[in-house]
Ligand binder design. Structure first.
Ligand code: BGC
Length: 421
């Protein structure tokens, strides 16, 4: 087993030049009981945009040891997780030492299992008090987020080497281009209003439902400042990036808003501070004159209603490399399906495409599959199954699917080959 002894020395684990083969998850989607967050509140408003509440989720809050050990036993060498701001700072300025100790225990378990942690400071959820104050639709939102990243790094930064500030800060923008944009806009406005009423905070703004035009410049600033804060608090050691929701963007024949879409969704983030770009890809989009075109009749759709497209990962990686010189980690890629044989096929297609990118000289440093566990898929609740591992809703007992073993073997074989090389 790889042990992280020495990993805290100059350059850390990443300096070994090891490819990271990992699984990804996010606190709110797997931990359960994230009650001080904006999204928990919105799951319980009338009306709500969420199909069902997250509740106990996969109870990873208590079962993290088991999930981490399982990840290592399958053959992976990395684990992506988010630390929940609303647990660490449940009220503005009130830092929970117990929550920091909890995440220290989680990160220590990751290190003990021989895994490299990839820490996301913000995976969509924010504390209620932050949303109540207008979230990232106000410049005043920058400082509390930067302070949180600084505090978390001061307490935990000695036990991880890789981090991202935001998970998919461009997601709201991406959704605006899709065929469902008008419906989504209306749904989000209704949900923000319901949350404002339920919280008694008329300025309530949840970033995940936010106005991208107002929010994006403020989030870029928050990211840039958080980048500096984490670098400084870690003596420059932690590699910090941002992860982006990225389609394999394809231009429709004839008139296409392709370039405008890139300049809205991706270019500001490629140009921002960062040691790497996290590519998160699930499908492709065909960009028409002013929006994405609906998928062609007859194409296979996943449970998320977008095309099953393992080849799209290579498209998103190549798009990133063509517009940005930073190294790339694939921080999410996966498929929602009840049919695990389709997940195996998806993995094979996606990895083949990724290998071709690497052979062509693109600097790809890791692949994190979404997700280790079936989990709470935001608006869709527990419907879509993205996990390599299922769990029993009554006992929470974990059962790896054949796809978990399959991807684990791919990871193991590649790591062995690299170790010999
Ligand atoms: C998010 C995850 C989500 C996944 C699958 C990404 O947008 O980062 O939280 O579960 O895609 O939809």
């Amino acid at each position: 087993m790889v042990h992280l002894v020495g990993a805290r020395t100059a350059g850390g684990f990443l300096a070994r030049n090891t490819f990271l083969w990992g699984v990804a998850g996010a606190g709110h989607q797997i931990e359960g009981g994230n009650v001080a967050s904006d999204i928990w509140l919105m799951e319980h408003t009338q009306p709500t945009a969420f199909r069902e509440p997250s509740g106990d989720a996969a109870d990873s809050y208590h079962r993290f040891e088991e999930d981490i050990a399982l990840t290592a036993s399958l053959g992976f060498n990395a684990y992506r997780l988010s630390i929940e701001w609303s647990r660490i700072e449940p009220e503005r300025g009130l830092i929970s030492t117990a929550a920091l100790i909890y995440y220290r225990r989680v990160l220590e378990a990751v290190a003990r299992a021989g895994l490299q942690a990839n820490v996301t400071f913000n995976h969509f959820t924010v504390p209620r008090w932050f949303a109540a104050g207008g979230g990232f639709e106000r410049r005043e939102g920058v400082e509390p987020f930067v302070a949180f990243c600084r505090t978390a790094t001061e307490h935990l930064g000695d036990i991880f080497d890789l981090a991202s500030t935001f998970n998919e800060p461009n997601l709201v923008a991406l959704l605006q281009w899709g065929p469902q944009a008008a419906r989504i806009r209306a749904l989000f406005a209704t949900q923000q209003a319901a949350a404002a009423q339920a919280s008694g905070a008329p300025d309530w703004r949840s970033p995940v439902l936010g106005s991208f035009r107002v929010q994006q410049p403020i989030m870029v600033e928050a990211h840039n400042r958080a980048y500096e804060a984490v670098k400084k608090a870690s003596g420059g050691r932690i590699e910090v990036g941002v992860t982006l929701a990225m389609n394999d963007e394809r231009s429709a024949p004839g008139e296409s808003a392709y370039e405008r879409k890139l300049s809205e969704l991706y270019l500001p983030w490629f140009a921002a501070q960062g040691d790497y770009i996290g590519v998160q890809n699930y499908t492709y989009a065909v960009v028409g004159p002013d929006a994405d075109l609906p998928p062609d009749e007859g194409v296979e759709l996943t449970q998320m209603n977008y095309p099953f497209a393992p080849e799209a990962l290579a498209g998103a990686v190549r798009l990133t490399a063509s517009r940005c010189r930073k190294p790339i980690y694939v921080t999410e890629n996966g498929v929602a399906t009840e049919d695990d044989t389709r997940r195996v096929a998806f993995i094979d297609g996606a990895i083949a495409g990724l290998r071709a990118c690497i052979e062509d000289g693109i600097d790809v440093r890791g692949y994190f599959h979404w997700s280790l566990l079936d989990n709470w898929e935001w608006f869709h609740g527990y419907g879509p199954k993205f996990g390599l591992v299922s769990w029993d809703p009554k006992t929470f007992a974990r059962t790896p699917k054949p796809s978990a073993v399959h991807l684990g073997q791919i990871a193991k074989a590649d790591l062995q080959r690299r170790a010999k090389a």
